[in-house]
Design a protein around this ligand. Structure first.
Ligand code: PEP
Ligand code: MG
Length: 609
């Protein structure tokens, strides 16, 4: 959405500097966009202190009060859900999922059962029962001493969910009204001490210009929602409330996290030109989306998107991706909960595949190991293998799944069922030898047979099975692999790491980690040549695919399909539309003659500048 459109106040009203001295605060930029608007503070009346006192009304009456408060809360949530239709897709998906969590917590949940028990056994008031039980459950769900770092965010989220449901019940029980954002003047910056995830559901992105809060963090639910709603936002701004006044002029920069109160004329002018630049960029991307991804010389180049979460799909469609080239399923399911069974996984894949309509979704089976999925491996009791000194060299990807075939079978069955909803391909990660592919194909066919016995009407030709080329061994034996696979995908992230012996996630080695190395190019060429000789599709789905100049070189190598993060697709498309095949061929020819990695990098960096 164009941020300028959000400013409903006439420009004269927002453009004049205040008389007060300018103040710059630094928070965490959560959702991109620069906005100039007036601040509007959202206050919330506090709840009274709730004491654990016996009820004067009796257990039966308290039970009725509690049940009525639950019914009212569910009704309010339904009303909120009714408003979701007006939100952008990303926001609707996120908030819908959160409201479902709240609804589950109000339906015969642990919280409700325990509160009922408290009423019956201890004779407490409904308020006290809700408060005590929600506190206990929130404390159990929240971060625990010694909890691994990667589980803390999820624990905090679940703790927050218990507290939010309790807050809603307590407001309904005590009659202390909720904070409403509806009286905030249109076009204002919403300022609050804290924005809760459910608050995001009542933020109308067409009315609220931006969001600022003193609390919050980058990865919490609120941040995810605000990004999904595409509302520029800066959270975690220290001393925000102390410095803020109702109606004061403020500049919010959701990219840098900078917040300027009472901006002077020079700062206002700067912000205005940043807004104009953003608007131009958005307009350009909108136009580009409808244009074909084609070289000047006429060859079509396929641009696909890498996806980790379903809420990336709207951006994928907006930026005009032709399909999903890599769905990293290891990020699809919340690691703090049990891995869904076949039905649970099927529901997620089927929805994604159906959403892609005529386009193909490439679903990669779970690529756990290395730095990924450690909490999940611990949960499933398969960590021992991972407790190695060099996890990147440990048992990961397909090798790990072949040691735990039950996990692979469940996933393959779910994917096969989802294939009835649209077009999909299956991709195998971290392959190092042909026998791994053969073993997987046997399991794959066994799964299909089992499903057919169960009455699932799978077509005679199963979805194509492809292999990631991301180990040097795979690249060097690409000829054998491509005979056993229907397509190849070049995972340049890991292939670079394993070829150059530089950890892809280490900040220390970052100057050594480059895909533009003669050794890597030779491995890529081997794989491309084998795929082309066998007439099998081949695609690049590592980060190299999002570097427009590296893409030019790879087109010269013979590649015609690239998959990247959806946000990075427009610059690649723009570059493709400016190049001829001859120019790409020439770059490739010169690059393959270069032996010095630094000179090679410089050559590509300076190409077509
Ligand atoms: C790769 O290694 O290039 C790749 C695409 O896989 P991932 O980044 O998920 O390891
Ligand atoms: Mg990889």
């Amino acid at each position: 959405m164009n941020v300028i459109k959000r400013l409903r106040r006439p420009p004269s009203e927002v453009a004049q500097p205040d008389d007060q001295p300018m103040k710059v605060l630094q928070g965490v930029g959560i959702s991109q966009g620069v906005v100039i608007a007036r601040a509007s503070l959202a206050y919330e009346r506090p709840l009274p202190v709730i004491e654990a006192v016996p009820s004067l009304l009796g257990a039966e009456a308290e039970r009725t009060r509690l049940d009525q408060a639950i019914a009212l809360t569910l009704k309010q949530l339904r009303k909120l859900r009714g408003k979701l239709d007006t939100l952008p897709d990303e926001g609707r998906i996120e908030i819908d999922a959160l409201l479902s969590v709240y609804e589950r917590m109000l339906n015969h949940s642990r919280l409700v059962r325990a509160a009922h028990r408290r009423l019956a056994e201890d004779g407490l008031t409904a308020e006290a029962a809700v408060q005590l039980e929600s506190d206990a459950l929130a404390a159990q769900a929240g971060p625990q001493p010694g909890m691994p770092e990667e589980e803390i965010e999820g624990a905090k989220r679940r703790e927050g969910e218990f507290r939010e449901v309790a807050r809603r019940l307590l407001r309904n029980l005590t009659g202390v009204s909720f904070r409403a954002f509806s009286d905030i003047p249109g076009g204002s910056v919403l300022v609050a001490e804290q924005i809760r995830p459910a608050d995001a559901a009542v933020i109308d992105p067409n009315r609220i210009a931006a969001v600022l809060s003193e609390g919050g963090g980058v990865t919490d639910h609120t941040a995810i929602m605000l990004r999904a709603l595409n509302v520029p936002a800066v959270l975690a701004v220290p001393t925000l409330i102390d410095h803020m006044q109702e109606g004061c002029l403020v500049i919010v920069d959701g990219t840098t996290g900078r917040v300027v109160l009472h901006p002077d004329s020079a700062t206002l002018a700067e912000a205005r030109s940043a807004m104009a630049e953003e608007a131009r960029e958005r307009k350009g991307i909108g136009r580009l989306r409808r244009l074909p991804s084609r070289l000047v010389s006429g060859e079509d180049i396929e641009l696909l998107a890498n996806v980790e979460l379903p809420n990336e799909l709207p951006l994928l469609h907006r930026n005009g991706a032709a399909g999903i080239g890599l769905l990293r399923t290891e990020f699809l399911f919340d690691e703090s909960e049990a891995l869904p069974d076949e039905d649970g996984q099927y529901a997620v894949y089927a929805r994604l595949v159906a959403d892609m309509q005529e386009m193909t979704t490439t679903i990669r089976v779970l690529d756990w190991g290395g730095e990924k999925g450690l909490a999940r491996l611990r949960q499933l009791g398969i960590t021992d293998e991972q407790e190695e000194e060099n996890p990147a060299l440990g048992v990961r990807g397909l090798r790990l799944l072949l040691r735990h075939p039950e996990i692979l079978e469940t996933q393959l069955c779910a994917i096969l069922r989802a294939s009835l909803e649209g077009k999909l391909r299956i991709l195998l990660p971290m392959v190092s030898s042909v026998n791994e592919v053969l073993a997987t194909r046997q399991i794959y066919e066994r799964c299909a047979k089992r499903l057919r016995r169960r009455g699932v009407k799978l077509p005679a030709d199963l979805p194509p099975l492809g292999v990631m080329i991301e180990t040097p061994a795979a690249a060097l034996t690409a000829g054998a692999l491509v005979r056993q696979a229907e397509f190849l995908a070049l995972g340049t992230n890991d292939l670079t790491m394993y070829t150059l012996a530089v950890d892809r996630s280490s900040a220390m080695g970052s100057d050594l980690y480059t895909g533009l190395h003669p050794g890597l190019l030779k491995l890529l060429r081997l794989s491309v040549d084998e795929a082309l000789r066998a007439h099998r599709p081949i695609c690049v789905c590592g980060e190299m695919a999002s570097d427009p100049r590296a893409v030019a070189l790879l087109i010269g190598m013979g590649l015609r399909s690239f998959s990247m993060s959806a946000a990075l697709l427009p610059p690649v498309k723009r570059m493709i539309r400016s190049l001829s095949l001859d120019a790409c061929d020439e770059l490739y020819r010169r690059a393959m003659l270069e032996e010095d990695p630094l000179a090679l990098s410089a050559m590509v960096r300076h190409f077509a500048v």
